[in-house]
Design a protein around this ligand. Structure first.
Ligand code: DAT
Ligand code: MG
Length: 326
């Protein structure tokens, strides 16, 4: 199994294309093993693009790449470096085939929305430049045997170490009327390849992603998270299940987002959820309802604080902001 470094560039993030892009990698059968939402420094980007240092566009490229948030990811799969490049399309979107990410979603070579390592050697270096070993999540995709021939067996292991991030501070918090909510794709959602679909829906709604990390939480952490359910018969099983695999933990921001986020989720029980809602469309069973969302403004605040440190937030303004809000 090979790994490659994939990043949704600031233009891709600002255009709300993270979900669409992640969806394509999930649908292909690749496995996400590390992800973080950060605004990289210019120095970091200079190291990343060092092989292009002689090019006239090098300085502008590094400035641009550090001008906003990036969804940085490591994906794993057979021959993924070369196949990932095929999913991306040509460097120049005007030469990319329809069906490829750049062929379908962008027009300009300087705004080509996604980065992907071009050789196995560069992939190794880039993965090492962006991620520390403790930032990786280990799990097995249930569809693994239907994506790869049996020879490529990968041992399942529940190893996951604390998450570390090195992000910019966030002095310029959002306007007072903007609310935040904690959303998490649960292990069942991740293993079923639904991160992209779920992120896509929040982006499409007009909400803004302000923090994200891909982690396997501890059982203790989940017990704190679900403390208000401690008296329920399903509490122990719920906490065990939530810590059994990777979770895409996120903070989304928007007007009245706690309430609207719950509407997007649907009812706790998928069998009572309307079609059109995430649970109504994508799951069946109450114990496998693929997504968590804070239920009150007060719980949202507590959950955001339980899962994220202030330095894990990214600050930016969505370009469509004025077309989403009056
Ligand atoms: P929600 O996730 O919609 O906020 P909740 O906070 O009441 O719902 O419960 C947390 C999770 O616990 C829920 O997503 C799935 C599980 N759960 C709730 N009620 C359950 C039940 N009756 N049987 C099994 N699991 C349940
Ligand atoms: Mg709840």
């Amino acid at each position: 199994m090979e790994q490659t470094f994939i990043a949704v560039k600031p233009d891709g993030v600002m255009r709300g294309l993270c979900g669409e892009i992640i969806k394509r990698f999930e649908a292909k059968g690749f496995r996400l093993v590390a992800a973080k939402f950060i605004q990289p420094t210019e120095d970091h980007m200079k190291k990343h693009y060092l092989d292009l240092a002689a090019m006239p566009f090098y300085a502008g490229l590094c400035t641009y790449m550090s001008s906003g948030p990036i969804m940085a990811m490591v994906w794993e799969g057979m021959n993924i470096v070369a196949q990932g490049r095929l999913l991306l399309g040509e460097t120049d979107p005007s030469k990319s085939q329809p069906g490829s990410i750049r062929g379908d979603l962008c027009v300009n070579i300087g705004r080509n929305i996604i980065h992907g390592s071009d050789t196995a050697e560069n992939a190794k270096n880039e993965v090492g430049l962006w991620f520390k070993p403790e930032e990786f999540v280990t799990y097995q995709l249930p569809a693994h045997a239907f994506i790869n021939e049996p020879t490529s067996f990968l041992a399942f292991s529940a190893v996951s170490l604390p998450w570390m991030m090195f992000l910019r501070g966030d002095e310029d918090r959002s306007p007072a009327e903007m609310e935040q909510t904690f959303i998490a794709v649960k292990p069942d959602g991740v293993l079923r390849g639904l991160c992209g679909e779920i992120i896509r829906r929040f982006e499409a709604k007009g909400f803004k992603l302000v923090a994200a990390k891909f982690i396997q939480p501890t059982e203790d952490h989940m017990k704190k998270h679900y403390l208000d359910l401690a008296a329920m018969p399903f509490y122990a099983g719920l906490c065990k299940y939530m810590s059994s695999g990777p979770v895409m933990a996120m903070v989304w921001e928007g007007q009245n987002i706690v309430k609207m986020g719950r509407l997007m989720l649907g009812e706790t029980d998928p069998s009572k959820s309307q079609p059109g809602s995430i649970r109504g469309d994508l799951c069946i069973n109450i114990g496998r309802n693929i997504i968590h969302g804070s239920d009150t403004a007060e719980n949202a605040k507590n959950e955001v604080g339980l899962w994220f440190k202030p330095e894990e937030f990214v600050t930016y303004q969505l370009p469509a902001h004025a077309f989403i809000y009056e």
